[in-house]
Design a protein around this ligand. Structure first.
Ligand code: CIR
Length: 253
């Protein structure tokens, strides 16, 4: 069960962050802030104590705090984000995480984004992507092993991060794109497939036996209902314009 979350408020410059999305409407800062507040409220409603950090004017993607660290029971692995514009975000998160955990930093040539790390019980699946390399995965894996976890790496076959396309939703089940259906790494897990026209729904977040999912994906919602878990839908329209989703906006531990 998670007790804490760390989030960072978005800065007015958020729309100059990295994105591959094609916008029909320009990102709206006020709306993003409202959606971010609802996200914080949802985490609190699920029992988490949420530490809210200030916006970072020099780092427009910094509210996607998930990419800057991987939280383990007795340490926080500070990543080395693969996007040069995000590299400095780790310095900014360290003071906050030091309050909770001993810090271990990924060193060169390692690169690692938290979005490429999916925990399924005591195993870490680490995606090798444009942001995460084998050396980064190895350093995280080595630290996780000292705390009783196992780990494995795999190529990321979809855009951006591993968790863009697959997420653990509890009950021995992953919610994923069809590309993951026959992958041997996930043979032992049940799968709920996200329809291609509902791709953002794959980034659904398991928090203390409940699911937070992006609003507006009825087919995925119906499939998730079969898990018989509480599900809360949150509007994620503005973060989605910056390639972000529910998992990206917090560290949970
Ligand atoms: C980026 O491209 O790095 C940000 N605009 C989005 C990061 C999303 N993070 C995540 O999926 N963990």
């Amino acid at each position: 069960m998670f007790k804490h979350a760390v989030v960072r408020l978005p800065h007015t410059n958020f729309a100059s962050g990295l994105t591959t999305a094609v916008w029909r409407e320009k990102p709206d800062y006020e709306l993003l802030c409202r959606q971010h507040r609802q996200y914080i409220d949802a985490l609190r409603m699920l029992g988490l104590d949420v530490l809210v950090l200030d916006p970072e004017p020099d780092f427009p993607d910094a509210y996607f705090v998930e990419d800057t660290a991987v939280m383990l029971p007795s340490s926080a692995v500070i990543t080395r984000p693969g996007a040069p514009s995000r590299a400095g975000e780790t310095e900014k998160i360290m003071p906050a995480l030091r309050r909770f955990r001993r810090l271990v930093q990924v060193r060169p040539p390692g690169l690692l984004d938290g979005g490429d790390v999916m925990q399924v019980e005591t195993h870490f699946f680490i995606g090798l992507s444009n942001r995460t390399n084998q050396a980064g995965a190895q350093q995280l894996g080595a630290e996780a092993e000292t705390q009783g976890f196992t780990w494995s790496t795999e190529p990321v076959v979809v855009d951006l991060h591993l968790k863009t396309g697959i997420n653990y939703v509890g009950k021995n089940t992953v919610l994923c794109f069809a590309q993951y259906q026959d992958r041997p790494e996930y043979q032992h897990l049940a799968k709920i497939i996200v329809p291609a026209d509902e791709a953002p729904a794959a980034n659904t977040l398991l928090v203390n036996d409940a699911l937070l999912m992006p609003a507006g994906f009825p087919k995925t919602r119906q499939r998730l209902d079969a898990l018989d878990m509480p599900i809360y839908e949150l509007d994620m329209s503005e973060a989605a314009k910056m390639d972000g989703g529910l998992s990206c906006m917090s560290l949970r531990f």
